[in-house]
Design a protein around this ligand. Structure first.
Ligand code: M6R
Length: 615
């Protein structure tokens, strides 16, 4: 939930850390801080607010010199967002300094014990407790920083990615990870530390991703030393060559990352099926499925776990898998699944969907399913992420970095991957005829061009947004494949414009939500021909007769709904199971424009963070 950045080397640390924090700000943005060490003394600047505020604060208050530095952008867990609770934190002696992403769950008892030993605390954070525990261990055991960190971490319960330095060791930073991500960039006599690789991509392509329960001592002029936190065993760094490029993580002329990412969808969907969907050969090639085909075809059922938008993609997948592959599917919120003692057997396949690959609840659900013997398959966007590593096999979405906190291209690319899997399984188990299979391949190949076309409605959508930007509520309705799209449309509006919105299966409206309809209530209805069209048209009539305002998403050429609805947004026609890839687009744009017109921060909505690495 927080972003951490560190540098040690021959360059000035300040600009590297600040730029890195700006790239990681999607992870949390309620406060920020930086510490610089010039070999003699440390300089600390922290502030409530964003990295912009930190730049101002640091330029006014500290000298910006130092070849070692740590920076932090926070999403508050323990203690309100204010200057004092911002990271970095010093130990009581002022000799040790830490940044931390995660939660120390048993911090209260450690704090009580340390207080009895005379320690005092400036902040309300668990992190300040941790750095003082490290200090106490270092003193009591007479050990070096690395050993002290290791002993202290064996006493804590929780999740962490930390970076710590000691002012008596100006050439060393100690890092450790459990549950929160931590990457180390390896340059020429310099090292970078970050929650993901984006802060150091212009300096080096070589990186090591720490595994859970690993720590590293990073010393200038020396190779990285990795060890296991639990038993001190040596671990060998697996140095990866990164594929990320700078262009992908910048706005590229768009006003917001969210808009850029909405417009990237034709390319992203194409990249998702590139090299997998081979329509001319009539095959789908996916190594993760090919190598484990029997696990899927012999499965009793598929359980899908995810959170938020990824959970909505999972709901679409339920329709696709049952429809095309005739395999029973259950879709679960990872946060509920992990705690409700579910029945899982070795004949179950669990598919975990996650853009970031770091969502704590999804990760915990995976671990539980693995313990119970299920085969676990990941659908992630971030390459090398914790979920990608924790699962038995998987398929990347290849959407490219998604920086806007509101998921857009992650959703459509997840649906694309899941469709490919369902098609592959349907063909393998005979549920899909050869001709149907080929029809789907051809239709799926045509989706990127149709998404491009759907994006052309942007101007009309902007006009509609202007009409409804001040509505306090909004209802989203859809049926079948487009019920999850209604949920996703409502989530998008809620999270970036702070308008209360509800998604419902259209037919459920008469069981309650219809009571909300009056002339003030905008209702977004997905009414694509093929998917229960006549029934949805009846629902539209019911809303109109109660004076509700209808914004309808229809296939091109629709005349029936056009005659009833207040506004109509057309998307190109496709087969029903692929329609979510098109009907989602106007809903993303609608929420984007409404949020913008309401003066909301589209890329960094209040109270949210891009990856939820805490429970
Ligand atoms: O990285 P994940 O896909 O696991 O994230 C899951 C949710 O936190 C995420 O989809 C969240 O709901 C987004 N803010 C939705 O736009």
């Amino acid at each position: 939930m927080c972003g951490i950045v560190g540098y040690i080397g021959h360059r000035d640390a300040y600009p590297i850390i600040i730029k890195g924090l700006q790239r990681l700000e999607y992870r949390g943005y309620d406060s920020a801080g930086i510490v610089l060490f010039d070999g003699k003394g440390t300089k600390l600047a922290k502030t409530k607010g964003k990295v912009e505020d930190l730049i101002k604060r640091s330029k006014e208050s500290i000298s910006l010199e130092g070849k070692l530095g740590l920076g932090h952008t926070r999403w508050a867990t323990h203690g309100v967002p204010n200057d004092v609770n911002s990271h970095p934190h010093y130990s009581n002696s002022g000799e040790l300094c830490i940044i931390h992403n995660g939660i120390i769950e048993n911090y209260e008892s450690i704090k009580t014990a340390l207080t009895k030993r005379g320690y005092t605390f400036k902040s309300d954070t668990d992190t300040e407790v941790l750095i003082n525990l490290i200090e106490e261990v270092k003193k009591q055991e007479g050990v070096k920083l690395g050993k002290a960190v290791q002993i202290a971490l064996n006493q804590v319960v929780g999740a962490y990615a930390i970076a710590v330095f000691d002012i008596n060791k100006p050439d060393e930073i100690v890092v450790a990870k459990l549950g929160s991500p931590l990457a180390i960039g390896i340059g020429e006599n310099e090292y970078f530390i970050a929650s993901d690789a984006s802060p150091f991509i212009e300096y080096t392509n070589n990186a090591v991703y720490l595994e859970d329960e690993e720590m590293a001592i990073i010393r200038l002029g020396k190779e990285i030393k990795l060890r296991k936190i639990k038993d001190d065993a040596i671990a060998y760094p697996n140095i990866l060559e990164l594929q990320l490029n700078l262009e992908e993580i910048e706005k590229g002329g768009y006003d917001h990352f969210m808009l850029k990412e909405i417009y990237e969808q034709p390319r992203a969907i194409l990249d998702t099926y590139r090299g997998r969907l081979l329509a001319d050969q009539g095959i789908i090639r996916m190594a993760g499925i090919d190598q484990n085909l029997e696990r899927f075809t012999n499965a009793n059922r598929i359980i899908i776990v995810a959170c938020g938008t990824s959970w909505h993609a999972g709901l679409v997948a339920e329709y696709i898998f049952e429809d095309l592959a005739r395999i029973p599917v259950e879709v679960e919120y990872a946060s509920e699944f992990r705690y409700r003692n579910p029945v899982i057997t070795e004949k179950d396949v669990l598919i975990a969907i996650s853009q970031s690959g770091e969502t704590a609840d999804t990760l915990a659900a995976i671990k539980m399913a693995k313990e119970k013997g299920a085969f676990v398959f990941g659908v992630c966007n971030v390459v090398g992420s914790s979920i990608a590593r924790e699962t038995h096999a998987g398929a990347y979405t290849h959407a490219g970095p998604e920086i806007g906190v509101a998921s857009t291209k992650a959703f459509t690319t997840q649906i694309t991957v899941l469709t490919l899997i369902a098609l592959k399984l349907g063909k393998a188990n005979g549920a899909l005829s050869e001709s149907k299979f080929h029809e789907y391949l051809t239709q799926l190949e045509g989706v990127p061009a149709k998404v491009e076309k759907a994006l052309e409605s942007n101007a009309i959508i902007e006009e509609i947004a202007a009409v409804y930007k001040d509505s306090p509520n909004c209802l989203y309705l859809g049926r079948g494949y487009n019920f999850p799209v209604a949920l996703e449309g409502a989530l998008k509006l809620k999270e970036i414009s702070y308008i209360h919105a509800e998604g419902y299966p259209a037919a459920e409206m008469k069981h309650g939500p219809i009571a909300l309809i009056d002339e003030q209530m905008p209702v977004v209805v997905i009414a694509t021909k093929r998917g229960h069209y006549e029934k949805v048209v009846s629902n539209i009539q019911e809303i109109k007769s109660r004076k509700g305002k209808i914004i309808a998403i229809v296939f091109e050429g629709d005349t029936v709904v056009k005659g009833i609805a207040d506004h109509v947004i057309e998307v190109p026609e496709t087969i029903e199971s692929l329609s979510p890839l098109l009907t989602t687009i106007p809903l993303q744009l609608l929420s984007y424009h409404i949020a913008l017109m309401r003066g909301c921060n589209v890329d960094q909505p209040r109270n949210l963070a891009k990856s939820v690495t805490v429970e």
